[in-house]
Design a protein around this ligand. Sequence first.
Ligand code: FAD
Ligand code: EPU
Length: 340
Amino acid sequence: MSMPTSLALLNTFGLNQYCDSLVEVTSKEELINTCLMLYQQQQSMFILGGGSNVVFTDDFEGTVVKVSTKGIVVNEDAGFYYLTVQAGESWHQLVEYCLAKDIYGLENMALIPGTVGAAPIQNIGAYGVEFNRFCHNIEFLQLDTGNLVNFDNQQCHFGYRESIFKQVLKNLVVITEVTLKLAKHWVPEINYGPLQHFNLLDVTAQQIFDCVCMVRRSKLPDPKIFGNVGSFFKNPVVSTQEYDLLKSRYCELVGYPQADNHYKLAAGWLIENAGLKGFNIGGAAVHQDQALVLVNLGHATGNHVCQLAKYIIQIVFEKFAVILQPEPRVIGSVGEIEIK
Ligand code: FAD
Ligand code: EPU
């Protein structure tokens, strides 16, 4: 018999909602069989990795499938390593595993919480590198046909915090394993602010890893102390005309030039300069040190978080005419909902 189970320890926001039942799967076969059975019985299900990008607003009336599948297989040819990794492996532990084996490239993405299976979904990224740079193949279960399907990098339609898994395949597939392709000839990526002091000729992957870990620990709140999901909004991409107009009014505006005449604005700057640092609704607050992060002061509910997010979207729009888009997935009583 299923038992209502608290999700509080299974999401980094620490939101205390329940689900009707929780199934933890530890092998690919079990993951596939469990998901297909629930799908065929038309039961509500939610696939959960590390819970570091979700906001639960209600008790979930269905089964939460917690992906804890493990396994890493390394193959190589003359130029590359190919790592086939089960969806439930920890992303950060994978980064450490690679470093210990002298397989380099992932070090800029150290300390991103969550599972390997979730990494392609929003194409995780940090410190100048995104997941798609190393993505070779994604294997997933297509729920309606029951087939295991493989997509190469191009087929995943990766973008900034985007992929096909958040678009047309949203909630229709379960990612089972990920194959990364890492070049044996390592080229360090040190263009991002805090890494720029390194020298391309002698920097090591370990030094980049250590620096990224240090900067992240100093900037981002530890979910064990203040529950959070990292950045709550994507950095908005606007046209050069919009950027120029804003820059003429706010000379300290922070923006980064992008391809094809666009700028990516620092959403943290917009929120801070809308006067919202530290602002709270119920137990949810804009983090004092990093305005792009919303934190749980200890007694937040998912609804506090969503009300705060809505308020931020409204105020930032009124002040800067820029629409912020939430990054985490918001889960209501039967599935995903939108913050409107
Ligand atoms: P979950 O939160 O468990 O799930 C997220 C979504 O993916 C849900 O919709 C879920 O249903 C779906 N999902 C999960 N696994 C599967 C699967 N196997 N198949 C199908 N669907 C699945 N993100 C960045 O990009 N860069 C950062 O620098 C970064 N920093 C962060 C810092 C902190 C402190 C925190 C808390 C979060 C940060 N994040 C960052 C966000 C988060 O770490 C990523 O989005 C991560 O990939 C989420 O992984 P997860 O396993 O926790 O996913
Ligand atoms: N800023 C402010 N005030 C703030 C916060 C930021 O003015 O309160 C300005 C600063 O000028 C800073 C700039 O915003 O220079 C950018 O801030 P930061 O370097 O901290 O990065 P971010 O834009 O807030 C993004 C990602 C992070 C990723 C870091 C490092 C998004 C939505 N967020 O954050 O990813 O770790 O860069 O690459 O793209 C996540 O997605 O959850 C996440 C944490």
